[in-house]
Design a protein around this ligand. Structure first.
Ligand SMILES: Cc1ncc(COP(=O)(O)O)c(C=O)c1O
Length: 387
């Protein structure tokens, strides 16, 4: 159980390594412990390592930028920031025009909430049950799981949760007081659940009808993971706000709130993040995007994911309730707790994470080799057969 997934572990407040396995080095999809033992990352980097543990081109770009300029405030233009933003926007539909850069997914969600509230002059945010959007107070208010929320209540007022993929419930919840509809096209933390096309289309129509903004949180499912550069491309439904983070800068801390044209001039108030958009992180982001596109990693995720889903769907139904996923974002829901499966995989040299108590979540780097992926799937098959 990783600290991110277990509500009972006091997160980063834990002292030193607190008994967890010590990982000291990485290479591609492999992580090495202090004794030099290698593990294949099937999710240990939580979807940050789409390009692997230490992508060489990102490392070189960061090294170069370190010698040029590490930090510059947003009040000044920076060529590398401009190049990064232009490249990111060039990959998105032309309806997007601006990007707010921050340092994490939760911060990028906070910015989306602020943009929507400010632009619409309304307060209600409609999010989905089982959704996860982060742990700062605004994004936590949009997050569903009770254990994450309860100790910190009261949260930010004005948030409603509707059942995921329930068109009628969504349509009923979105009204003239709604500022924002915030959805993950594929829910990650909630157990790997895919939105139906009808649901996303209904969300788009409800926002158009009511004047609310539609935001897709692609912090986990974006940037090639589902077999498309952006998950929403699968459904052809374009949001007003797109939230990205995790692997966007190849492993350096980043959050990006991509904003539709026309909204920024209507934004009242101010928003800022000191470290957001530093030249260092933008250099990493530019290198990461170039590699993602040039090496056609979304296609690779599609191919390896399809292969994986086929094999995992053949696991015995006496043990496995359901296998869900798109590309290299896969959930295997067991009938029992997933903890023993994770432990058995780790002892064989494969690191995976849960999503809730019974789901094995697979988020391997998109650069995982065919042989490593095959070995990971074989390990899962053997562990399930033996358990
Ligand atoms: C869909 C989604 N949104 C937001 C977040 C929050 O991102 P961060 O942990 O970078 O704040 C996460 C983190 O896992 C996520 O999966």
């Amino acid at each position: 159980m990783t600290p991110d997934e277990s509500p009972s572990v006091p997160l980063e407040f834990a002292s030193a390594s607190s008994g967890r396995r010590v990982i000291v080095r990485g290479e591609g999809a492999r992580l090495f412990d202090a004794d030099g033992r290698a593990y294949v990352d099937l999710g240990a980097t939580h979807g940050v390592g789409n390009l692997g543990a230490n992508p060489p081109e990102v490392v070189r770009a960061v090294e170069r930028q370190m010698h040029e300029l590490v930090y510059l405030g947003s009040g000044y233009a920076s060529p590398v920031r401009t190049a990064f933003l232009e490249r990111l926007l060039s990959l998105l539909p032309p309806s997007f025009g601006s990007v707010f850069l921050s340092n994490s997914g939760t911060e990028a969600v906070e910015a989306a909430i602020k943009v929507a509230r400010s632009v619409t002059d309304r307060s209600k945010v409609v999010a989905a049950m089982r959704g996860f959007h982060g742990r700062t107070m605004g994004s936590l208010s949009a997050t569903w799981r009770r254990e994450f929320r309860e100790p910190f209540e009261p949260l930010v007022p004005g948030f409603a949760h509707v059942p995921y993929n329930d068109v009628a419930a969504l349509e009923a919840a979105v009204d003239g007081s709604t500022a924002l509809v915030l959805l993950e096209p594929v829910q990650g933390e909630g157990g790997i659940h895919m939105a139906s096309e009808a649901y996303l289309r209904a969300a788009r129509a409800a926002c158009d009808r009511s004047g609310a903004l539609l935001a897709f949180d692609e912090v986990q499912c974006g940037l090639g993971r589902t077999g498309r550069l952006f998950a929403f491309e699968r459904w052809g439904v374009v949001p007003d706000l797109l939230v990205l983070a995790k692997s966007l800068a190849g492993g350096l801390p980043i959050g990006a709130t991509v904003i539709g044209r026309g909204f920024v001039p209507r934004f009242r108030g101010s928003h800022h993040s000191t470290f957001g958009g530093s030249p260092l992180v933008c250099a990493a982001g530019l290198a990461a995007i170039e590699q993602l596109v040039r090496d056609r990693l979304p296609e690779r995720a599609d191919r390896l994911g399809t292969l994986g889903l086929d094999r995992l769907r053949a696991l015995p139904p006496t043990k496995v309730r359901e296998v869900r996923g798109l590309g290299l974002m896969i959930g295997v829901e067991f009938r029992d707790k997933v903890g023993p499966i994770l432990a058995a995989l780790e002892s064989r040299g494969f690191l995976a994470i849960p999503a809730g108590a019974t789901v094995l979540r697979l988020l391997p780097p998109l650069v995982i080799t065919d042989a490593e992926w095959d070995a990971g799937l074989t390990a899962i098959e053997e562990v399930v057969a033996g358990g």
